[in-house]
Design a protein around this ligand. Sequence first.
Ligand SMILES: Cc1cc2nc3c(=O)[nH]c(=O)nc-3n(C[C@H](O)[C@H](O)[C@H](O)COP(=O)(O)O)c2cc1C
Length: 217
Amino acid sequence: MNIAAIATTRRTCKAFDPARKVDPALIEQLKTLLRFAPSSVNSQPWHFIVASSAEGKEKIAATLAGRFEYNAPKVRNASHVVVLCVRRDLDDAHLQALVEQEDRDGRFATPEARETQHNARVFYTTLHRDQLADLPRWTEKQIYIALGSLLFGAAALGIDACPMEGIDAAAIDAALGLEAQGLRCVLLTALGYSGEQDFNAKLPKSRLAEASVISEI
Ligand SMILES: Cc1cc2nc3c(=O)[nH]c(=O)nc-3n(C[C@H](O)[C@H](O)[C@H](O)COP(=O)(O)O)c2cc1C
């Protein structure tokens, strides 16, 4: 398996073929990648909404107006669109749900081990919420780990993708009722297959030279 070949040949899809849909079995694999992405102290501060219906995608596309309008056709023509969201807070109920899941999954040999893990998570959550005052940024960082996994996984499955930060996240929150669910949209990723208008598919990839981004000591 040559994973570098996947990295050097994948491209952001700038225009999807509206007629081509991704096989649901492949979408299930991508959902597994999202769910199993690593996160700091296994905090899993995320929720992923997968839009595959025309109505679902239109709700999102309709928010992409003005300077973000260029991304709307990608949402409409993609096979699936993933809304990558963070939890607005890592509250006690979420922290409790995490430790209970880890317990059910057999990760604790003793009650003390469970306590230690829970306390570590409370410590980091409190550190970011109260001392560093960067809980939203900290949780967003975890989202980008899931994004990396999603993009690489999609490429490995031959699925084209377009991550999108060119969005009005607050408008998406309102359109999907995310605030009431304790969620906040961070970015979108459209999935599908490249269409004829996809100019990026015909362009060579461009990256800085290895020596300027990687050093060895
Ligand atoms: C976090 C993130 C946000 C991005 N937002 C957009 C976007 O809103 N619209 C778009 O067309 N491309 C978007 N891109 C695609 C980048 O422009 C693209 O990844 C970059 O130019 C490198 O090209 P490549 O992915 O084809 O290798 C985004 C990429 C990332 C990683």
